[in-house]
Design a protein around this ligand. Structure first.
Ligand SMILES: NC(=O)c1ccc[n+]([C@@H]2O[C@H](COP(=O)([O-])OP(=O)(O)OC[C@H]3O[C@@H](n4cnc5c(N)ncnc54)[C@H](OP(=O)(O)O)[C@@H]3O)[C@@H](O)[C@H]2O)c1
Length: 337
């Protein structure tokens, strides 16, 4: 089977298509003929060696994918050949409390990922996807969508009438926009681009702020709520945005710490966290239970992931390079023949 590997050294220039033997399908496992994958910012960090410089190579990158079951191992009784399933980001986190062991089972590093024609996974590491989605759309769910779901629902407990602040118009933020809308919350979204803000408003965002034109966007967001502050911030920016997020959030509100797009290390005044009883909640994607709950919501509301562009498998390295330019609005997917 054909697969894309990071070979020898990290870097986009070391992405190489290879032929690998078909993996055996053991007891409790399922074999998937992969149909599509999608890219996350994490995959770019992984390829560049910035996510885990000690990751052994070669590695097949990418955590997210969808495939069709072509074989089930002994003992698998609840999934049939022909079922269309997505990969679970952390293969060992079907549900319950997170743990170090569960977090050590993520696809696309340390385990081989989804940019391959075939994948053999534990049955508990895959989940059926809503029927109305195309393969490329369904492939966008495992990381970005589940993360947004965890931030808003599992951890954020967003309710109708709440105000949610989203940063930028990448994969996580646009899923969060869709989920916030069906939950009945108002969304303030930031972007570096007025054009992207217009598109987000058309998708149901309440207000948009250009964070390049308005560096004090946290204060602006607070003003928009009449001085109360937002109930939840989905923090994908990291240390470069956290100071403004602390200005935007209400007393007793939550900041879901998700990303590091603007950095991970900086001196920071933490007194607002205690003086305003702000809950800073880390999010590491989410469990299979969360994925299943999210799928029910996607099905019930017939939500469709926003796919910016779909590339053929042969162009996967180019898709990754293109993603670094940050021009995308939503997800970048790859179809696998
Ligand atoms: N903790 C987890 O479980 C988890 C899961 C998924 C992702 N993440 C992390 O979350 C972050 C976002 O991931 P993603 O997949 O959504 O990325 P993405 O699709 O590549 O989104 C990138 C977008 O973020 C916006 N952005 C970049 N720098 C920004 C800044 N300084 N302030 C505000 N917005 C900024 C830009 O939007 P505009 O073009 O509109 O300006 C950019 O297009 C990454 O750091 C990723 O590693 C974490």
């Amino acid at each position: 089977m054909k697969a894309l590997e990071i070979q020898g050294e990290f870097g986009f220039e070391h992405l190489t298509f290879v032929e690998r033997p078909s993996p055996p399908c053991g007891p409790g496992q399922v074999r998937l003929a992969m149909r599509a994958a999608s890219l996350n910012y994490r995959d770019l960090l992984m390829v560049r060696g910035q996510y885990n410089p000690r990751q052994p190579l070669p590695l097949i990158p990418c955590s997210d994918g969808v495939g069709v079951v072509t074989e089930v191992g002994d003992g698998v009784t609840d999934l049939e050949v022909g079922a269309r399933v997505a990969t679970l980001f952390a293969q060992g986190w079907g549900g319950g409390e997170p743990s170090r062991e569960k977090f050590g089972t993520t696809l696309g590093g340390p385990l081989d990922g989804t940019l391959a024609e075939e994948l053999v996974l534990d049955r508990r590491g895959v989940i059926e996807v809503p029927e109305h989605l195309t393969d490329a759309e369904a492939a966008c769910l495992p990381c970005a969508a589940v993360t947004a779901w965890s931030a808003l629902v599992t951890e954020g407990q967003v309710r109708a009438g709440d105000t949610v602040l989203l940063q930028g118009t990448g994969g996580v933020s646009l899923f969060a926009l869709q989920f916030a809308t069906v939950l009945g919350a108002r969304v303030i979204i930031t972007s570096s681009s007025d054009d992207k803000l217009d598109r987000a408003l058309q998708l149901g965002a309440w207000k948009g702020i250009n964070y390049k034109d308005d560096p004090a966007w946290g204060r602006t967001a607070r003003k928009l709520t009449g001085g109360r502050g937002v109930d939840l911030v989905v923090e994908v920016g990291g240390t470069g945005t956290l100071e403004q997020s602390l200005k935007a959030v209400r007393v007793g509100g939550t900041i879901a710490m998700i990303g590091i797009l603007s950095g991970a290390l900086a001196p920071l005044l933490i007194t607002p966290i205690l003086m305003q009883q702000i809950r800073v909640q880390g999010v590491f994607v989410g469990s299979g239970e969360g994925f299943a709950a999210m799928n029910r919501a996607i099905d019930a509301h017939q939500l469709t992931p926003l796919v910016h562009r779909v590339y053929p498998f042969d162009e996967a390295p180019q898709a990754m390079r293109d993603m670094t330019r940050g021009e995308h609005f939503g997800k970048i997917a790859i179809t696998i023949p």
